[in-house]
Design a protein around this ligand. Structure first.
Ligand code: AMP
Ligand code: MG
Length: 344
C-alpha cells in the first residue's frame, strides 16, 4: 500500500504503480467519487483479472478513465456532439458518457457491448496515474455486491491480498459513483444517477433526460440498456430495510413511523440524519449527515453501510430521501442495498 496526500504528492511516487498498470497488473486508486480498481483498458487479460478479483458478473461492463478529452478518440469510433459539449464543460468530474466503442477496446471492458462508458476523474492522483500509464478501466474497488469503497481501509479489507498496489489517498470527496448518461439515445437516458445531478445536465443540454425506473433503483434493467443495474449491490450482510415516504416535510411524523418499523426487528440500527436522530432514543443510530446538505449524506453512505455489519444487530433500518439532486443517487444506492422496502 502507498499512502499519498492528493494535494502534495510527487509524480515519482506514482511511477511504480503506473509501471504495474503498463505491465498488465492491477492498482486500486482514489478518485473524487469512490476508489477504483484499475487495469490498462486496452489489455484484455488485465481487464479479465478485474472481474476475477472482484467476483464481478461477466455481463457488468467497466468504465474507462481518461486524463484528457483527446483520449476519447482512441477509445471510440463515434462520439456524439453532445458528449463533447458535456465533456468540455464538466470534465474532469463525476460524469460518465456512453460512446460507440473502437475496435481497440476489448469486449472484456464493455461486457460484449458495442458501447464504452468513459469519464475523466477530478482527482490529481487518478489523473496522474492515467497520464503515466494508459487509459484505465476501473470499476469500484470492492468485492462485487459490497458497498463501494470511500476510504483506503475499505479497499484493504476487500482486496489487499489480491492486487499488486493500493494507493490510499484518504476519504473520497463525493462518496457516490459517477452519473452515467447515454447520449446515443434520443432523448438521452440516465443509466445511473450519481454525484453529478441530472437537473444540471438537463440545463446544459437544454433538453429532458429520460430517467427509467431502474435508474431510480426500482426495476431490473433490460440487459441491452444498463447491464450492471440488475445485480443487487452495495449491500451489507445484515438485512437492510428502507422506509420510504412520498413526503418528508413532517420529519417528526416520518421518524416516528420509521421507529415503529424498526421496533419490529429486535436488535436494530437506524440510519438516520442530523434532523431525525433524536427521535430514535434507545436505539443504535448511525448518523449519515444533514438533510439540508445531501452532499454530506452521500459522502457518509457507503461507510455507514459497511459499519452496519460491525454492530452485531439483527437488522438495520434506513430512512429515505427526496429524489431530487443528489437524492436520486442516494435513493438508487439505498434501494439496491436494501433487502426490503417499506412505503409509508
Ligand atoms: P462500477 O464502476 O462498479 O460502479 O460499475 C460501472 C457501471 O457502469 C456498471 O455497473 C454499468 O452499469 C455501467 N457501464 C459501464 N459501461 C457501460 C456500457 N458500455 N453501457 C452501459 N452501462 C455501462
Ligand atoms: Mg461498483
Amino acid at each position: 500500500m502507498i499512502k499519498l496526500d492528493p494535494s502534495s504528492f510527487a509524480e515519482s511516487q506514482l511511477l511504480p504503480a503506473a509501471e504495474v498498470i503498463r505491465r498488465g497488473g492491477l492498482v486500486a486508486f482514489p478518485t473524487e467519487t469512490v476508489y477504483g480498481l484499475g487495469a490498462d483498458a486496452l489489455n484484455e487479460a488485465a481487464v479479465r483479472r478485474i472481474y476475477a478479483v472482484k467476483g464481478r458478473p461477466p455481463d457488468n461492463p467497466i468504465i474507462v478513465h481518461v486524463h484528457e478529452i483527446g483520449q476519447l478518440e482512441l477509445l471510440s469510433s463515434y462520439v456524439p456532439e453532445k458528449a463533447y459539449r458535456l465533456a468540455e464543460r464538466l470534465w474532469p468530474g463525476p460524469l460518465t458518457l456512453l460512446v460507440r466503442k473502437s475496435p481497440r477496446v476489448p469486449y472484456a471492458v464493455t461486457a460484449g457491448l458495442e458501447t464504452v462508458a468513459v469519464r475523466m476523474p477530478a482527482h490529481p492522483v487518478a489523473l496522474k496515474l492515467i497520464e503515466l500509464s494508459a487509459p484505465i478501466a476501473a470499476p469500484s474497488a470492492n468485492i462485487s455486491g459490497r458497498p463501494s469503497p470511500t476510504r483506503g481501509e475499505h479497499v484493504v479489507k476487500d482486496l489487499s491480498s489480491k492486487i499488486e498496489v493500493i494507493i490510499d489517498g484518504g476519504e473520497t470527496l463525493y462518496g457516490v459513483e459517477s452519473t452515467i448518461i447515454d447520449l446515443l439515445s434520443e432523448p438521452p437516458v440516465l443509466l445511473r444517477p450519481g454525484a453529478y445531478p441530472v437537473e444540471e445536465l438537463e440545463r446544459i443540454l437544454g433538453e429532458k433526460i429520460r430517467v427509467p425506473e431502474f435508474a431510480r433503483g426500482l426495476a431490473e434493467a433490460a440487459k441491452a440498456l444498463a447491464p450492471g443495474m440488475k445485480h443487487r449491490h452495495y449491500a451489507p450482510s445484515t438485512p437492510l430495510i428502507l422506509v420510504e415516504s412520498k413526503d418528508y416535510s413532517d420529519l417528526e411524523a416520518y421518524a416516528r413511523a420509521v421507529r415503529r418499523v424498526a421496533e419490529g426487528y429486535g436488535k436494530v440500527a437506524v440510519l438516520a440524519t442530523k434532523e431525525t436522530a433524536r427521535f430514535y432514543e434507545g436505539l443504535k443510530v448511525i448518523e449519515l449527515g444533514s438533510r439540508k446538505d445531501p452532499f454530506s449524506v452521500a459522502r457518509a453512505l457507503f461507510d455507514a453501510l459497511r459499519r452496519v455489519d460491525e454492530l452485531g444487530v439483527d437488522a438495520a433500518v434506513a430512512e429515505g430521501f427526496e429524489e431530487r439532486g443528489l437524492g436520486l443517487a442516494i435513493m438508487n444506492r439505498l434501494r439496491r442495498a436494501s433487502s426490503r422496502r417499506v412505503e409509508l
